[in-house]
Design a protein around this ligand. Structure first.
Ligand SMILES: [Mg+2]
Length: 379
């Protein structure tokens, strides 16, 4: 099962509505898709997405530097290949663009392996459960309170029991009023998750989270810069809201730093950002050893398989407008219905791209993009 060829292409996908959180205004996602073909003619499909920036860099890394290292290798040797690529890129950086590029390849290799074994990915990786809970998520900090409540009402009608709300406005009292309004709408027994997208510093985070305790939050996500592990540990010791973190962390060492400093309750590895499934599973095992839950960030189509694979999977995130299907580029994929995804017996990850729809968004060359910084001054 030797790797005969690797192809990789980047696509720039416009969001239907911009995503506005406490720090960022996002207008596009980028998709980097790989196809790995073996000498027997089997194909594995992998991909990563970026939040608006870096897709061309990832595709260049794959095409120019990583793909040549895979040719002639046995596609089933996931650990050997992952380690080879990661060590090779370590001078360029042990996370970020490097692990996104490795992730796009690693996911394709796991797809191949699952197809070769005639098994669905969730079962090949462990098979802990076939049906996984999904929570409703949206990038909704800019919405008026009325529009926000309308959105949550719609999610309630779709059958969701867990809801995530963006916070981190400049006016904390206004923020708190929005959170209370959503809590009143969903009632006391449903779960409300809060995400401030790294907006605060540790002192403010403690003060704000103490005020938020009365609304019964299921977690506070990214309360401050993810680089500030000590600040998260301080927050966790100071308030009674579980701390969730991980979407900005790039490999198992980043997660281990959080675990050993008792700085998080829930880990949120993003399968693309940590270098794919091989590394994601190590992070899940690390969390299991520390008796922590995993709630993967984004990547619904793959996160469903991953949460289905492990014993300490919590929930899958369904971010409104951010799934591959929302861009109209899929023929088939695992889909959330009524707050759950029921995984099936289809081999591999089951994601089939619509090639015709994708072609419209293809990126090429080093042409400057018409774009503004995704960082804004606050709402
Ligand atoms: Mg988040």
């Amino acid at each position: 099962m030797k790797i005969a060829s690797v192809s990789c292409q980047a696509y720039r996908l416009p969001l239907k509505e911009p995503w506005i959180s406490a720090k960022y205004r996002i207008t596009h996602h980028e998709l980097v898709r790989t196809i790995i073909t073996t000498d027997g003619g089997q194909e594995g499909v992998g991909w990563c997405t970026t939040i608006g920036v870096g897709g061309l860099s990832v595709a260049s890394l794959v095409n120019a530097y990583l793909a040549p290292l895979l040719i002639g290798e046995d596609a089933r040797n996931n650990e050997r290949l992952w380690e080879r690529l990661w060590q090779d890129l370590h001078f360029a950086g042990p996370s970020g663009i490097s692990t996104l590029a490795i992730g796009a390849l690693d996911i394709g290799l796991w797809d191949l392996r699952a197809k070769h074994a005639h098994m669905p990915l969730w079962q090949l990786l462990g098979g802990a459960r076939r049906s996984v809970p999904v929570f409703a998520s949206a990038v909704n900090l800019h919405l008026s309170q009325a529009a926000l409540l309308e959105q949550v009402e719609r999610q309630l009608a779709e059958g969701y029991e867990v809801f995530k709300l963006k916070i981190g406005r400049s006016d904390f009292e206004g923020d708190l009023a929005r959170v209370r309004a959503v809590r009143n709408l969903i009632g006391p027994s449903r779960t409300l998750l809060l995400d401030s997208n790294q907006r605060w510093r540790s002192g403010d985070a403690v003060r704000f989270c103490q005020a938020l305790q009365s609304v019964g939050a299921g977690w506070i996500e990214e309360p401050m810069l993810s680089d500030d592990v000590g600040g998260h540990a301080h927050l966790r010791r100071s308030v009674g809201i579980p701390v969730a973190v991980g979407e900005q962390l790039g490999n198992r060492f980043d997660f281990w730093n959080y675990v050993r400093q008792d700085a998080a309750d829930i880990l949120q590895p993003n399968v693309w950002k940590v270098g794919g499934i091989t590394e994601w599973m190590k992070i899940a095992n690390l969390a299991h050893a520390a008796n922590l839950l995993i709630a993967p960030h984004n990547a619904l189509e793959l996160s469903a398989h991953l949460v289905g694979a492990i014993p300490n999977g919590y929930m899958v995130e369904n971010i409104e407008g951010g799934n591959l299907a929302d861009f109209g580029i899929l023929q088939d994929a695992p889909t959330a219905i009524g707050g759950r995804i029921d995984l099936d017996d289809e081999v591999g990850h089951g994601v089939v791209f619509d090639e015709g729809a994708l072609a419209e968004y293809e990126m090429s060359g080093n042409v400057p993009l018409e774009r503004q910084s995704s960082v804004h001054e606050g709402i």
